[in-house]
Design a binder for this molecule. Structure first.
Ligand code: GDP
Length: 466
């Protein structure tokens, strides 16, 4: 008895429905250990020593169920699961998280919010929580750096509950103090949270996993909670028509020698094949083009060797892949990618246009000019400014161009003759115009700092006028 026995007209299973890998993103405040955690998960998976322990994708790492289970030991019994594993997005941080949108929400299915237990909640922790709340993304908290607890007796790679119970009373109570502070912070943000082994319902409560990205203690628990949560609450969302036309999100637009502009894409639905017609969100209009090549990182490729990629014929969700195709110069990071195969091309173009239009920014008659590198970050900027009650005259994706300066220079009041640039460069000609017009420019790659800088400037202006 298999799905292929059933009538294709009456059974969705016959169209190739299968369970895809949940997509996991890691976010949190700078230096709280996001990169170390991802490296440790990848490293531990590889040191499991088996071929295929992990697969390196473009922009992501796939950890198959078998490897998860090897790493998590008794915490993950593979026979309890039918999801294929976990796909970790390699670029940590909430900037990339908010860039990675899909279907109007977040591309990631689950997030790991990393919090340094000694440092507790910091501005970017709160910023990340705001984004998770807004996108309705389920998350768990990795209470990182437990190994720095005074008197901590580390047990490399062990499940944390075991290590935790083996500590001296003094070490445990010091850690507890920090953990309960984090749980209290979560509660201040409106989330009921507890140590993960006390959580019954992960949909209602946030599980906190104490761990160390250095010693690996608690990583088995983190993987087990991620797997359990996806299997229990997200299975329906993971059921996709794997043979259907692919849907994905652009991570990055990159020049590649011999290929021109290429797209690094995370595919969350369907399949993309060489030769497929695809529609991609561009800075002005959706771009329609044809896939020349699909590229995956070559295993063990030397950084300096010419051949860093292998060509593949097709890629199925969930996966990260590089797409080489003509006319991608105007493609945008964060924009949707859709395969047209078997569908009306115009309808797909319309779909892409609609998805792009979902990012709406309320603009006013007077206000500042905002530029950001991706749609997601533009949206995050617009939300932060709204919260801070800073009006926006115009908001666009892209580097700061002379036109932006011209627009800002007509903005009236001094406090509005301002451009706020998030993660963008200034074009040479725009630099000259800035000098000539006296338009103020603030640039940063941290949203709250940009808002703070601007607020300080407004205060200064006010004082100067008194
Ligand atoms: P990111 O900015 O969040 O990606 O943070 P990193 O992963 O770069 O980590 C910041 C610093 O904290 C680095 O020096 C890491 O070695 C250190 N670090 C990260 N995780 C741990 C941990 O679990 N224990 C200890 N002792 N140090 C850690």
């Amino acid at each position: 008895m298999s799905d292929t026995d059933t009538d294709p007209d009456t059974d969705a299973g016959a169209t190739g429905e299968s369970l895809r890998t949940p997509i996991v993103a890691v976010l949190g405040h700078v230096d709280h250990g996001k990169t170390t955690l991802l490296d440790k998960i990848r490293g531990s998976a590889v040191s499991e020593g088996e071929a295929g322990a992990i697969t390196q994708h473009i922009g992501a790492t796939a950890v198959p169920l078998e490897t998860v289970s090897n790493m998590a030991g008794s915490l993950v019994d593979p026979t309890d699961f039918d999801l294929p594993g976990l796909l970790f997005i390699d670029t940590p941080g909430h900037h990339s998280f908010s860039t990675l949108r899909a279907r109007g929400g977040a591309l990631a299915d689950i997030a790991v919010l990393v919090v340094d237990v000694n440092d507790g909640f910091q501005p970017q922790t709160v910023e990340a929580i705001d984004i998770l709340r807004r996108t309705g993304t389920p998350f768990i908290v990795a209470a990182n750096k437990v190994d720095t607890t005074p008197g901590w007796n580390a047990q490399e790679g062990s499940p944390i509950k075991q290590t935790y119970e083996a500590q001296s009373d003094r070490a445990r109570s010091m850690l507890d103090e920090n953990l309960y502070e984090v749980i209290g912070n979560l509660s201040d943000e409106g989330f009921s949270a507890d140590l993960y082994w006390r959580v019954q319902n992960f949909q209602k409560n946030i599980g906190v996993v104490p761990l160390s990205a250095i010693t690996g203690e608690g990583i088995p628990d983190l993987l087990a909670v991620l797997m359990g949560l996806s299997q229990r609450y997200m299975k329906e969302e993971m059921a996709v028509d794997i043979s259907g036309p692919g849907k994905g999100t652009v991570l990055e637009v990159k020049e590649e020698k011999g290929f021109g502009a290429t797209l690094d894409v995370v595919l969350y639905d369907g399949t993309v094949r060489e030769g497929d017609t695809v529609v991609v969100g561009g800075t002005n209009e959706p771009i329609v083009t044809e896939v020349r090549a699909l590229l995956q990182p070559r295993p063990n490729a030397e950084i300096r060797t010419e051949k860093r990629f292998d060509k593949v014929d097709s890629v199925a969700a969930a996966a990260g892949v590089k797409i080489a195709a003509p006319d991608l110069d105007e493609a945008m990071a964060g924009a949707p990618v859709r395969v047209v195969r078997g569908r009306e091309r115009d309808a797909v173009v319309e779909e892409v246009r609609k998805e792009l239009a979902q990012i709406e920014v309320d603009t006013e008659e007077e206000g500042v000019v905002v530029k950001a590198d991706t749609l997601g970050s533009l949206e995050a900027m617009a939300n932060a400014l709204k919260e801070a009650e800073i009006p926006i005259l115009r908001a666009e994706v892209g580097d700061i161009a002379p036109r932006d300066v011209a627009v800002a220079s007509t903005a009236g009041e001094d406090v509005h003759r301002v451009i706020l640039g998030f993660n963008v460069d200034v074009l040479d000609r725009a630099e000259r115009e800035l000098d000539e017009t006296g338009v103020k420019l603030f640039r940063d790659d941290v949203i709250y700092q940009l808002v703070e800088e601007y607020d300080e400037y407004v205060e200064e202006q006010k004082r100067a006028q008194q």
